[in-house]
Design a protein around this ligand. Structure first.
Ligand code: GDP
Length: 298
């Protein structure tokens, strides 16, 4: 996904190599190029502004280093700032002191929530947990069946409304799902919720009602990295409407520019916990800001 950005940044930084000393003008020119590359990759403007300001300030004030030449110093600074906007440290899922840990998924329809539920369940099962999926997306036809199918693939159980009771109350299903988890000794509950094609009040209210009913330990906002600039405005809408404790980026295998998704951490202040990069349940991992920065800087 970040090939173009990666190529651009690599070539900008490459231009510095071989320079014995960097003048302020060199740094300004480099910063300008980096700014263009980030904006073209769809990184949100406020994020770009802050990033560039930090890079310039640090590069101009950089200490003369024995170990690094000026170009290497700028690369190091850009790398560190990139890791910074991606969240710094890897943030692990926080588990409840008293199980079950409740993880609620929220996001637009098509963002990859249901697929993610299966991916996360399989990931956690491999770590020795016993997750239960709870089907609270009663809006989209087939969402319940789809969750049951991914659950089966992941080898975990799914709690769903009884057949014939399809258009039930998602809040009630969520509550009963938690009871079932306690009863059947599941230590993690993953609650799939309904998404709409666009942000709307009803969707937000429903997600907020489920949140109030299940008191999640983690609410993960699932965002499709392919939707470009809308990723940031959608994240803001979910932050204000439902609130979330972490972000999952999906479809990082796509060929969109993806910079908007990379801005979500900085714009919302919430960390990116996981990344999805394909349709298969295995195409999923913990998000590591440092590895993503290395991938982008080539
Ligand atoms: P939901 O409406 O949010 O539950 O979204 P789904 O889980 O149904 O996913 C919507 C579509 O995106 C499905 O066709 C998924 O197979 C696909 N999808 C989900 N995650 C990824 C991903 O990381 N990469 C790709 N390429 N496709 C994905």
């Amino acid at each position: 996904m970040f090939d173009t950005l990666s190529d651009r940044l690599t070539s900008v930084l490459q231009n510095l190599r071989g320079k014995g000393k960097l003048t302020d003008a060199d740094i300004d020119a480099t910063a300008r190029e980096i700014r263009i590359a980030l904006l073209e990759a769809d990184v949100a403007l406020p994020v770009v502004r802050e990033f560039i300001a930090h890079v310039k300030e640090r590069a101009k004030g950089a200490e003369v280093s024995e170990a690094l030449n000026p170009a290497q110093q700028v690369i190091k600074i850009v790398n560190e700032e990139l890791i910074g906007i991606l969240g710094g440290e890897t943030r692990r899922l926080s588990l409840a002191k008293t199980p079950p840990t409740v993880i609620m998924l929220a996001g637009l329809q098509g963002s990859g929530k249901t697929t993610l539920a299966g991916k996360l369940a399989m990931f956690l099962k491999k770590q020795g947990h016993a997750p239960l999926l709870v089907a609270c997306d009663l809006q989209r036809p087939n969402a319940v069946t789809q969750l049951q199918v991914v659950g089966e693939r992941a080898g975990v159980q799914t709690f769903a409304p009884e057949p014939g009771n399809g258009v039930g109350d998602p809040v009630d299903v969520a509550r009963r799902g938690i009871d079932e988890a306690k009863h059947a000794q599941h230590d993690i509950v993953i609650v799939d919720t309904a998404g709409r094609l666009g942000v709307d009040e009803e969707l937000m209210k429903q997600a907020a009602d489920i949140r109030d009913a299940v008191q999640p330990d983690e609410t993960l906002f699932v965002v499709d990295a392919m939707i470009g600039q809308d990723a940031v405005s959608t994240a803001e809408a979910f932050r204000d409407g439902v609130g979330f404790t972490g972000v999952v980026l999906t479809k990082l295998d796509g060929d969109a520019r993806g910079g908007a998704a990379l801005s979500v951490r900085e714009v919302t202040g919430q960390p990116i916990l996981f990344a999805s990069n394909g349709e298969k349940l295995e195409d999923f991992d913990t998000f590591h800001p440092d590895r993503m920065a290395s991938r982008i800087l080539g």
